[in-house]
Design a protein around this ligand. Structure first.
Ligand code: AVJ
Length: 334
């Protein structure tokens, strides 16, 4: 298919958050000077990080993607039939859009054509996956937004285009602190028209062995994903991190229901970051916090949906009961 035929069905707009090259430098400076040290997890997903994350999704230990895919492939037809007038599919954090294909195909089968609006921080990934989708599905139209979720949502198409089905898959919600998750979903619910729906994937609480294995895989892919953050500081900010002097660690806190991911300094060392014109001291065993991944019980999911002004329409789990998918509507909705 010609590039023209593809690009006629594709618009990519860039939200404010992407036009701020200084924020990475500032956030690194603040995070590494802090005590305890930390780095915001959204910086894990540069082009290289996004690709390593795709590898994580295929790992034998990383059950999340397969479980969610099982639910989506089983339920996509039913979900599409739940929107008799069709819907605009909006996806928060689309990545490579692989799982979304089940829904795209179901909506196309049911309604013939479809508008798909992915929002993702990685504009390279957005462009690549959008072009792949357009090549495959001739009646698909894509309005992609490069940016963070919050300002990405401001750039969506208007209500007149139809009911929206907002996808928030992969347990990305687990990256938020629980209070921030509630705040985010409340904000989303406030923007919802009566016919709009949220389809949210959330990883379930379970035995710590299964969870810890998913974040400490044998192939070391998750370690590579995590340490890429230091490599990114080297690449973009002229850092001199020696990656062999750091290691990945992830542990599950059962009570809190979350995996805490850190990078540990294996020795006492000083790291220079040229563009910041600063050095950072690390003690042996000192940790940089890089990510949290929260897990939820079914009761916790119900409570958060209710708290955020929504009601559950349907809820599914996979055959091994590891992962959940929840369809919610605004309380005042149809
Ligand atoms: C993309 C946030 C859902 O928490 O499982 C996977 C990120 N980090 N392995 C997760 C992640 C390390 C992932 N989320």
């Amino acid at each position: 298919m010609k590039a023209q035929a593809l690009s006629g069905r594709l618009t990519i707009v860039t939200a404010e958050s992407v036009f701020q090259p200084h924020t990475f430098a500032e956030d690194v400076a603040t995070g590494l000077a802090g005590s305890p040290k930390s780095l915001p997890c959204q910086y894990l997903y540069d082009e290289i990080g996004s690709h390593i994350f795709e590898e994580i999704c295929d790992l034998p230990e990383y059950y999340l993607t397969r479980s969610e895919r099982e639910i989506l492939s089983d339920q996509a037809g039913e979900i599409a039939r739940g929107f008799p007038n069709g819907a605009v599919l909006v996806e928060l954090g689309s990545g490579s859009s692989i799982k979304t294909r089940f829904l795209i195909e179901a909506f196309l089968a049911e309604h013939g054509s479809l508008h798909y609006d992915p929002i993702d921080i990685s504009s390279a990934m957005l462009k690549k996956s959008s072009l792949e989708l357009l090549e495959e599905y001739e009646t698909l139209e894509i309005h992609a937004v490069a940016g963070e979720y919050q300002d990405g949502l401001e750039k969506l198409r208007s209500e007149e285009e139809g009911d929206k089905l907002v996808l928030f898959l992969g347990s990305t919600i687990g990256n938020f602190e629980r209070e921030d998750a509630a705040r985010f979903l409340s904000g989303l619910a406030k923007k919802f028209a009566p016919g709009d729906r949220l389809l949210i994937g959330a990883d379930l609480r379970k035995d710590s062995k299964t969870i810890e294995a998913a974040y400490n895989d044998d192939a070391g892919t998750t370690a590579r994903f995590n340490l890429n953050l230091l490599a990114r500081i080297n690449r973009e900010l002229g850092g001199n991190f020696d990656l062999s002097r750091f290691r990945h660690c992830a542990r599950y806190l059962d009570l809190e229901g979350r995996v805490e991911i850190h990078i540990e300094s294996l020795c006492a060392q000083t790291v220079r970051v040229e563009l910041l014109d600063r050095s950072f001291d690390f003690a042996r065993g000192e940790l940089i916090h890089t990510e949290n991944s929260h897990k939820f019980s079914i009761a916790e999911i119900s409570a958060i949906i209710d708290l955020c002004g929504m009601r559950i329409i349907e809820q599914w789990v996979d055959s091994r009961e590891l992962f959940s998918l929840t369809m919610a509507a605004p309380k005042r909705g149809r």
